[in-house]
Design a protein around this ligand. Structure first.
Ligand code: C5P
Length: 220
C-alpha cells in the first residue's frame, strides 16, 4: 500500500493539498482531524468537559466513529450519524484540540487510521501521522506557513462557508491550537526526522503539489 503522511500546524493548507494529491494519484484522502472533531462534538452535545480525561474515557466506550466515501468525499459518521458539515465551527476546532490531548481518544482513533492505511493507498493528514500513526509511511511531508498567511487562509475558508470572524480572532485560535498540539505529552505535533519540509507561505496549492509529486514518484 502507498501511504503518504502530511502533518503540520493549523491552516497550513494540508487538507487542500492532500485532497488534490489524492485526486491526482487516484487514491483516498483521510482527514484525521475530522475524527477528533467528531469526538469533540459528541462531548459538547452531551455536556461533557472536553478536558475531563475520565469522563471522556467513559464517553468513548459508547462512541463509534467511522469514515465513508461518497463521490470521493470523506464523510464522518458519529454513532452512525453524518456529522461532516457541522464539525467545522471554531467551537469544535477548540474542543478537538482539547480532546486530542487525551491518550485514550488518540489511541481509539489511531487504530482506525492505521486500519484504513493497511487496506488502502492513502494520503493522510493530521499532526502525528509521520511521527506516530504511520512511522513507516512511504513519504512524509511537513507542511507549514507563516501565522499571518495561515490565519488569512482560514479566514477566507470560514467566510466562504458564511462565518464572519476577525483576523485577530482567527490568529488567536490558530496560536492556541498550535500550542496545545505541540505541547501535549502524547504524540505532539512535530516534524518527523525523515519528513520533507515545505513552507507554503508564498506558494499556490498547485506549486506545493508539484513540489511533492517527485518525492512520491520515487517512493512508489
Ligand atoms: O486538522 P484539523 O484542524 O481539523 O484538526 C482539529 C484538531 O484535531 C487539531 O487542532 C488537533 O488538535 C487535532 N488533531 C490531532 N491529530 C491529528 C489530527 C488532528 O491532534 N492527527
Amino acid at each position: 500500500m502507498l501511504n503518504i503522511a502530511i502533518d503540520g500546524p493549523a491552516g497550513a493548507g494540508k487538507s487542500t493539498v492532500a485532497k488534490l494529491l489524492a485526486k491526482q494519484l487516484n487514491i483516498i484522502y483521510l482527514d484525521t482531524g475530522a475524527m477528533y472533531r467528531a469526538i469533540a462534538l459528541k462531548a459538547i452535545e452531551q455536556g461533557v468537559d472536553v478536558s475531563d480525561t475520565d469522563a471522556l474515557s467513559v464517553l468513548l466506550e459508547d462512541t463509534d466513529i467511522d469514515i465513508s466515501y461518497v463521490d470521493e468525499q470523506q464523510h464522518v459518521l458519529l454513532d452512525g450519524r453524518d456529522v461532516t458539515d457541522i464539525i467545522r465551527t471554531p467551537q469544535i476546532s477548540d474542543g478537538a484540540s482539547k480532546v486530542a490531548a487525551i491518550p485514550a481518544v488518540r489511541l481509539k482513533l489511531v487504530e482506525l487510521q492505521r486500519r484504513i492505511a493497511r487496506m488502502h493507498d492513502v494520503v493522510m493528514d493530521g499532526r502525528d501521522i509521520g511521527t506516530f500513526v504511520l512511522p513507516n509511511a512511504d513519504v512524509k511531508f511537513y507542511l507549514t506557513a507563516s501565522i499571518e498567511e495561515r490565519a488569512k487562509r482560514r479566514l477566507e475558508e470560514m467566510r466562504a462557508k458564511g462565518y464572519e470572524h476577525s483576523l485577530d480572532d482567527v490568529k488567536d485560535d490558530i496560536r492556541a491550537r498550535d500550542k496545545n498540539d505541540s505541547e501535549r505529552e502524547f504524540a505532539p505535533l512535530r516534524k518527523a526526522d525523515d519528513a520533507i519540509l515545505i513552507d507554503s507561505t508564498d506558494k499556490t496549492v498547485d506549486e506545493v503539489v508539484e513540489e511533492m509529486l517527485p518525492f512520491i514518484r520515487i517512493a512508489s
